[in-house]
Design a protein around this ligand. Structure first.
Ligand SMILES: [Zn+2]
Length: 436
């Protein structure tokens, strides 16, 4: 490992541990004085910096975008009646971004007494654009202003604020219900399901009374009260049906990776289940269909029932060997992996944008969505893993594991893990005391 990489890694861990150390210190303070992080996520927005001193007879409104919203409906809720603004937003190349409405995100608008929009502000990128990997990307904000008789659009980068959060939750019905109740961003639940995906089937194995303690970093637009998005899970413990699992984010060779507290790598060379764990796959499958496993010998693949549109992930790093249609399989994608492995995904509804033969993908990348093309009676993913062109049973075959941590790295990881466990135990102690 490079020396400076090691310094960075130590610095990152020190930051985590000192953040946790602050929490540990709470343990010696009188319990009544303890200020825990808020459990509720703030969803109401306030007016920030939009007042126009010249517009006396105007008011500033904020509104949250709803699922299935249109810009016209949003403007109506903001108290505006401005066909000119709508025309501008559909014709100006930059202003068109106002049409990319993301449910849950807030917009701010200043509306004059004629119902015209004099200023409109909307964050168009960054944060929750995916399940966390790109959350470090700068966010930009679109602003549309009325300048005399015309409208002008501009876009600027907005600063982000990061913070570390710790939560302890008990699962009563589903992982999402538990994380929602605790104000934990949705992508933390998705990431945790991914981290422990090799050991726990989050669609079927969860039990009432399972517990999770998690440390994660959030990122939010500075000067905004939009809900924070989680950028990464730093550490997590999961208690499932009497078993305990743990994971810690740690940099090895400058690449962040999850390890168990004892130093074992949790990275699997292959995902056994390439369906993204999501609210929709979770609800759909826990009730009945997941996964449908037909007789493997006759069928040479595994079928995962999931609603049309559910995201399919690359089960390992690789390149696209085939993308297109084949009889029976419908829309099918084949990935070639390092060594002698390949994987196949069939009955797809659509492929990820820009994917073509020879494209490189990383494990976990979205490559397609579930469908029912070809010979399929209902929406499901047909999944095969092949070794030297021969199908093997993905649910049974021994797949290669990543290297464990060694030497000094392992010692440092264990030290960090010990500190984090102490902090997490402390968190539970504080909360129990509070609820008495
Ligand atoms: Zn099948």
């Amino acid at each position: 490992m490079h020396r400076n990489a090691r310094f960075r890694q130590v610095a990152a861990l020190t930051a985590i541990v000192s953040a946790l150390g602050a929490v540990t210190a709470f343990g010696v303070a009188p319990l009544a004085d303890i200020e825990l992080p808020p459990i509720e996520t703030v969803t109401e927005s306030v007016v920030l910096g939009l007042q126009n001193p010249d517009a006396i007879d105007s008011f500033v409104q904020t509104e949250t975008i709803r699922r299935g919203d249109t810009l016209a409906a949003l403007l109506a809720r903001l108290g505006a009646n401005d066909p000119e603004f709508l025309r501008f937003a559909s014709s100006d190349p930059l202003a068109r971004k106002a049409l990319q409405l993301r449910a849950g995100r807030g917009v701010q608008a200043e509306v004059d007494w004629l119902g015209r929009v004099t200023r409109y502000s909307y964050r168009v990128g960054g944060l929750e654009d995916d399940s966390g990997a790109d959350a470090a990307r700068p966010a930009t904000r679109l602003e549309i202003r009325r300048d005399g008789d015309r409208l002008v659009a501009s876009e600027a980068e907005v600063p982000l604020e990061r913070s570390t959060e710790m939560r302890s939750v008990e699962i009563r019905s589903s992982l999402f219900a538990a994380t929602d109740a605790a104000g934990i961003p949705e992508n933390v639940a998705i990431k945790v399901a991914e981290i422990f995906g090799g050991d726990i089937d989050f669609h079927r194995d969860l039990r009432k009374g399972d517990r999770m303690r998690v440390v994660y970093e959030t990122v939010r637009e500075a000067d905004s009260l939009d809900a924070a998005a989680a950028s990464k899970v730093l550490a997590v413990e999961f208690f499932n049906d009497g078993r305990r699992f743990d994971a810690l984010l740690f940099e090895r060779d400058e690449r962040p990776e999850y390890f168990a507290f004892d130093g074992r790598s949790l990275k699997k060379a292959f995902l056994r289940n390439p369906i993204e764990f999501s609210r929709i796959s979770s609800g759909f499958s826990s009730s009945r269909l997941h996964p449908i496993m037909r007789d493997w010998r006759a069928h040479r693949g595994v079928d995962f029932a999931a609603p049309t549109g559910t995201r399919v992930r690359a089960s390992a790093d690789g390149t696209v060997e085939f993308i297109g249609q084949q009889r029976g399989y419908g829309n099918v994608l084949i990935l070639e992996h390092r060594g002698e492995y390949s994987s196949l995904y069939a009955h797809l509804n659509s492929f990820a944008d820009g994917l073509r033969q020879g494209s490189r993908v990383r494990q976990g990348d979205t490559i397609a969505t579930v469908g029912s093309t070809g010979w399929a009676t209902g929406p499901h993913l047909h999944y095969e893993i092949m070794i030297r062109g021969e199908q093997v049973d993905p649910m049974a075959v021994a797949l290669p594991e990543s290297e464990p941590l060694n030497g000094a790295d392992r010692i440092r990881l264990r030290q960090a893990a010990t500190e984090i466990r102490l902090a997490l135990d402390q968190l539970d102690a504080i909360r129990l005391a509070r609820f008495e």
